[in-house]
Design a protein around this ligand. Structure first.
Ligand code: 26V
Length: 809
């Protein structure tokens, strides 16, 4: 792209004037950021318009990725990199005395997601645009994103994330594309000469107003769209002028009930949260999204049966599964199709990804709630359920087989079952996870529809997670193997040829050290903790959850500390254990774990007897931006979930791409990472999924046996409750009880010894610096297949059957 520096500086100054009526010297950093953003918007919008025009005229199939969460992070830097404008803009701003990095920092993180599922959606959109693929996002414009985490007296405190408070420069309100979504009311059936008609009356109307965010492709002209819906009250007939008290308060109540719909992201990614409001959120964005898609389709004057050839609707977990009955409703009630035809179209349009097998996260809605809130949708679900049960009964004559697949059972609607029946493709997010779905979670369905089930291993965008977050490493790689890997990340494999090269190893080590220094500086400024940059930076950053086993990491740190106290001269490589992650506000054990990490850190970091060999740091408010800084500085990546529990993980991929060595279990994508890098370049330990299943199935595990037979375990467990770390002895009793009295559901104590051994292996490898750098380079070299470009093309070819559309200038 041609860049006119003088013109750019001019338009920046003009934007400042017109937006804030201020000159350069008067404007604060945020205002400068907004004005700069407005200039970038202009560049983007030309290609955005072009992309829409050409998608329309070329008439190829487009995909819409429906997701309750999009964890975008900051966008300015990504836009500049993708437009090829980062360096010229940096220089132009520098000439005005402005530091681009500081401007970029001023942007709020768009934190519209809990964790892996939301970040995956963002990586996928990035890859689709990079690969010229016509794919868009559809979600909710939450006024408040995931809560901001503050640690007060070692406790997590949740504050609202008011990310929109100063305006968001990347969104475009498209008021003309507003649609209406209807809740509640009554359905009456009218018999027409040739069919039934359903009339919806006395419903509550809600306006869905779209805000579009451009998704810019990497150095191409593609600009796809992320459309986020915001709920606004409809102008309904409350008589405000009469000051009729009843009407007035009804109007206010109505307004509040509507605004609540897109007010806040639910902060729980592991427990099914059975709240009416959440159901409302789900239907709200699904209905709005489908209405706007069908509206565009209608303008093309094609027969309805061709919908699946032109439109794919992908549901990110079951949260948007109401897309199935809603599409049926639109096709039957609005377009006038019959059931069979509508069903054919629906099933061939929708595809579904499952992201968890944790039973407590599988959504089920009470029948009476659904029936009351969405009466027509419920009727349709009932019909789908009855037809499915009849089919299975006719095939099997077995009540067991029927009850295994029933959508409505025990007064609840099973959303995952609805999603499987109503879609043509069901995928898991790593090989092991997809196998578990087929053989356990959806065993009945995989007998019925074996052709639907497939695997799409997750990926991450190397543009954000390497080029943006670790530019020095990206440049080193390009200098070594040329820059083709940016377009074709699998070209990173060429690094294998240089992994033994001493000079490259040294340069890699120098960059890693620089990144560690930056993180150490941040830790020192923010927490006044001094960490040794030559120590091993051993990192576990992710949501807090029992199955992710932060507690295993903690018990090992306690054990190391005990060894050091016994023998301060112990010959060990100094370690800095770094944690970050949020706990769901109502998840007591997870919050206790955060507290325990802080208590431990307090004691260890102040103990001069251990000569700084051990440090523990918890970084508050984990976010995409914080992840970028931490991951590029990591030596060791902790991926230690109980085997079979982590569907895939994506952090594991980000770390390997930045040259950290994984210590992990045979779970999720760790298994595929091991296959890729080879046994010599990863440290694996612990129970396998099969062993875990066997224990659950046949019993035979005793946590107390572990306690009695391993003195290290006994010591650390007792330290949890004997006041060693904390004056309030009973504080950590619930953690203690979970591990011992509740028999340790996630096999923490069972895997403890193997984990300690694995950590010794890590330490010994780190002592041999050249070997370590080689391992790191081998990890980077093999990380290409974990790019979301690979994932995006697998979805496009294997599921959606969409083709690239090259946008011309
Ligand atoms: C569930 C719920 C339940 C109700 C409250 C809000 C909420 C929000 C999200 C979820 C689903 C959580 C599932 C999830 O995030 N799974 C993660 O998906 C990643 C991307 O596929 C994967 O790498 C992780 O292993 C998996 O835990």
């Amino acid at each position: 792209m041609n860049f006119d520096k003088a013109g750019f500086k001019n338009s920046f100054i003009n934007q400042l004037q017109s937006m804030y009526g201020k000159g350069l010297e008067e404007a604060d950093l945020y205002e400068q950021y907004m004005a700069f953003g407005a200039c970038v918007r202009e560049v983007i919008s030309q290609n955005w318009i072009r992309t829409r025009q050409q998608y329309r005229s070329k008439n190829e199939k487009q995909v819409f990725y429906f997701s309750m969460e999009f964890l975008l992070g900051k966008l300015l830097d990504m836009y500049l990199i993708h437009l090829g404008l980062k360096e010229p803009c940096r220089q132009a701003l520098a000439e005005l005395g402005i530091d681009l990095a500081a401007l970029a920092e001023a942007e709020p993180d768009a934190g519209l997601g809990n964790g892996g599922l939301g970040r995956l959606a963002a990586c996928l959109l990035d890859s689709m645009a990079a690969m010229h693929l016509p794919g868009h996002g559809c979600g909710i414009r939450y006024k408040y994103g995931l809560f901001e985490q503050k640690i007060v007296d070692h406790h997590q405190v949740e504050l609202p994330d008011n990310w929109l408070k100063n305006g968001y420069i990347w969104e475009y309100r498209k008021a003309d594309k507003t649609v209406e979504v209807r809740f509640g009311g009554r359905i009456t059936q009218i018999i027409q000469p040739d069919k039934w008609m359903f009339v919806h009356e006395d419903y509550e109307p809600v306006l869905a107003v779209p805000y579009d965010i451009p998704i810019v492709g990497y150095q191409n002209r593609t600009v796809n769209t992320l459309r986020l819906w915001s709920a606004e009250p409809a102008a309904i007939d409350f008589d405000l002028s009469s000051f009729n008290r009843g009407d007035y308060s009804r109007a206010v109540e109505y307004r509040h009930s509507v605004e609540r719909i897109s007010k806040i992201l639910y902060p729980d990614d592991t427990h099914y949260e059975g709240r009416l409001l959440r159901l409302k959120q789900q239907y709200f964005f699904v209905s709005a999204g489908l209405q706007s898609i069908l509206h565009c389709f209608k303008q093309r004057a094609l027969p309805w049966r061709t919908l699946p050839e032109k439109v794919g609707v992908h549901i990110n977990d079951t949260h948007p599964a109401l897309a199935i009955p809603e599409l049926m409703r639109l096709l039957i009630d609005e377009a006038g199709l019959g059931w069979e035809e509508a069903w054919n179209i629906t099933v061939n349009t929708i595809s579904y990804t499952n992201h968890t097998t944790m039973p407590e996260a599988l959504e089920k809605w009470p029948v009476d709630m659904l029936e009351k809130l969405l009466p027509r949708i419920y009727l349709i679900i009932q019909e789908i359920h009855e037809r499915l049960c009849r089919t299975v009964w006719d095939k099997t004559q077995s009540w067991d087989a029927v009850s295994e697949i029933a959508i409505i059972a025990d007064g609840q609607v099973h959303m995952a079952r609805l999603a499987v029946v109503g879609s043509y493709s069901v995928n898991g997010v790593a090989q092991i996870h997809s196998e578990i779905l087929k053989n356990h979670t959806f065993a009945g369905f995989s007998r019925l529809y074996p052709y639907k089930f497939n695997n799409k291993t997750n990926g991450i965008t190397h543009r954000r997670w390497l080029i943006k977050s670790n530019p020095a490493l990206a440049e080193l790689i390009s200098r070594t193997i040329d820059s083709s890997w940016i377009k074709y990340p699998c070209d990173l494999i060429q690094l294998v040829n240089y992994a033994q090269d001493e000079s490259l190893q040294q340069q890699f080590a120098a960059i890693k050290r620089q990144n560690k220094l930056k993180l150490a500086q941040f830790i020192s400024n923010k927490y006044d903790i001094q960490v040794d940059v030559d120590s091993i930076f051993d990192v576990q950053v992710k949501r807090l959850h029992a199955y992710k086993r932060q507690i295993l990491n903690v018990l090992h740190i306690m054990h190391l500390y005990n060894k050091l106290r016994e023998n301060p001269q112990l010959d060990m490589v100094p370690r800095t254990f770094i944690f970050a992650g949020k706990a769901a506000p109502g998840y007591y054990i997870a919050k206790q774990t955060i507290k325990l990490i802080h208590v431990l850190a307090e004691k260890i970091n102040h103990d001069t007897a251990i000569q700084g060999k051990l440090k523990v740091v918890f970084l508050e408010n984990y976010s995409v931006s914080l992840a970028e800084m931490i991951i590029s500085a990591a030596d060791v990546s902790e991926q230690i979930s109980t085997a079979s529990k982590e569907a895939s993980g994506t952090g594991n991929m980000k770390f390997m791409m930045n040259g950290a060595i994984t210590i992990g279990t045979m779970d999720g994508a760790n298994i595929e990472i091991k296959q890729a890098v080879g046994d010599a370049n990863i440290v694996i330990f612990g129970l396998t999924a099969k062993q875990v299943f066997d224990y659950y199935h046949y019993g035979g595990y005793s946590a107390w046996d572990m306690y009695h037979n391993d003195p290290r375990i006994k010591t650390v467990m007792e330290q949890l409750v004997d006041g060693f770390f904390q004056e309030e002895r009973e504080e950590f009793r619930p953690l203690y009880n979970d591990l011992l009295h509740n028999n340790d559901e996630f096999f923490v104590l069972k895997d403890f010894a193997a984990y300690c051994d694995a950590q010794r292996v890590v330490e010994n490898k780190f002592r041999h610096s050249r070997e370590w750098q080689k391992m790191a380079l081998m990890n980077i070299a093999h990380s290409g297949i974990f790019s979301s470009d690979r994932m995006g093309s697998e979805y496009s070819v294997g599921i959606w059957k969409i083709k690239p559309v090259i946008i011309t200038g």
